[in-house]
Write a protein that binds this ligand. Structure first.
Ligand SMILES: [Mn+2]
Length: 422
């Protein structure tokens, strides 16, 4: 059985509504629907944050329904779990509306006596069952709390022998050596540890469709995995759009996942999204508004006029407030209707490059986990420094401190060893 797995569409961030970027969100949804229909795939799995907010304006709903209706007409089963953006529990959200209209199958859960109780969705004809772990609103990460406290109940899972179970989970987890917090600090807060998560799921769980992390993990055109983050097709803010460029530098791309559940472990294929906006970025030291305009012009010259594009210019050295109007004039004069531009002051000290995960590509082709590679790096480093410290201990320290030291293992090692030598 083949399923398409996506997450974090975020239809549509308020800041991007009524801008040229809004159309890209529906364009991406249309591309995904086309892909599902053209390949005659029966299941579309949405692992949370289909919508950016639990009560989106009618304009957004109407545009989204046009695409979802095409799936229903073709008999495609759209299985959805709420993410922290579109979950309204215990109240109703736009997802309940679409569920009521028969456009999606919304996975349901309740909280009773401090237990998170998940209801199964069963398709007997295909011997498939789904559960959804929703993302709770705000920064509470309640779903992680429930999992850590062993307070998640998969109702009726013991009766599902002979079924392939897929869990949709909108949460932050490490898995199979992949650690979202290695990529950006934003994902460093509360997470599930490497092996914890899978151990808390029903025994015949075949695949975990993850959502919430906007970067694709793991990167790779095809790989075998029990869980994966497809990543956001566009993202939700300027930080995500900037990450698209970083992602391209390391060979990644915005994508959907096609998962073959009949393989063990499932075979996962990435399909690049062609309609995701192209992002152009410039960071300049400018002494005048004219210099900022020149940089915007330079980027506009490269823009494909037929594709929705984002131009981000970060400025140091000159005040940028109040020049937005002049920039929009400039874009208009250029005749670029499909450009969304944002001019902003450069962040000071927050510049953070994505960790180039060359190790992931090794992990994909040779079946070696990141932890094994990390251990090798540590051993080599310790040998070079002629240090008699157990490498496993260093690895434990790195994992322990991981979210505080960011992504550079080499630098982290240096700091820890200096600490040990002191
Ligand atoms: Mn989310």
């Amino acid at each position: 059985m083949i399923i398409v797995h996506i997450s974090d569409l975020h239809l549509v961030p308020e800041a991007f509504q009524k801008t040229p970027l809004e159309e890209a969100y529906y364009g991406v949804l249309r591309e995904i629907v086309d892909l599902v229909l053209e390949n005659k795939i029966k299941y579309l799995i949405i692992a949370g944050d289909l919508f950016n907010y639990y009560h989106e304006p009618l304009d957004v709903l109407v545009k989204s329904i046009i695409e979802l209706k095409r799936l229903r007409e073709a008999g495609v089963r759209v299985v959805v779990v709420p993410g922290n953006h579109d979950f309204a529990y215990p109240r109703k959200s736009v997802l309940d509306l679409l569920h009521g209209a028969g456009l999606i199958h919304l996975l349901s859960s309740t909280v009773e006596m401090n237990w998170l109780i998940l209801e199964p969705l069963i398709f007997e004809d295909d011997k498939l069952a789904f559960y959804g772990i929703p993302g709770f609103r705000g920064a509470s990460n309640k779903e992680i709390e429930y999992l850590k406290m062993h307070r998640v109940k998969f109702k009726g899972a013991d009766k599902l022998t002979g079924y392939n179970i897929t869990i949709l989970a909108h949460l932050n987890t490490k898995f199979q050596g992949y650690d979202p917090s290695r990529y950006t600090r934003r994902y460093g807060a509360l997470y599930m540890e490497y092996e914890d998560f899978f151990n808390k799921l029903p025994g015949n769980t075949r695949y975990v469709a993850l959502g919430h992390i906007h970067l694709p993990i793991p990167i790779g055109n095809s790989f075998r995995a029990r869980m994966a983050y497809p990543g956001a097709p566009i993202g939700v803010d300027i930080a995500d759009l900037k990450e698209t460029i970083e992602l391209e530098k390391i060979g990644g791309y915005r994508r959907v996942l096609i998962v073959d559940l009949s393989e063990e472990p499932p075979l996962v294929r990435s399909v690049k999204l062609e309609s995701t906006p192209k992002v152009y970025y410039g960071l300049i030291e400018a002494k005048s508004v004219e210099e900022v305009k020149a940089e915007v012009k330079r980027l506009l010259d490269n823009v494909d006029p037929d594709r929705i594009s984002v131009v981000i210019v970060e400025v140091r050295g000159t005040e940028v407030s109040g020049i937005e109007g002049a920039i929009q004039e400039l874009i208009k004069a250029y005749g670029r209707k499909k450009v969304y531009a944002r001019i902003k002051p450069a962040e000071v000290g927050l510049e953070e490059e994505l960790y180039a995960p060359a190790i992931e590509i090794v992990a994909e082709t040779k079946g070696v986990s990141i932890e094994e590679i990390e251990l090798k790096v540590i051993k080599e480093y310790l040998a070079k420094r002629k240090l008699n410290v157990p490498p496993e201990k260093i690895q434990w320290l790195i994992n322990y401190l991981g979210q505080n030291i960011g992504s550079n293992v080499e630098k982290a090692l240096k700091e820890i060893i200096e600490e040990l030598e002191a």
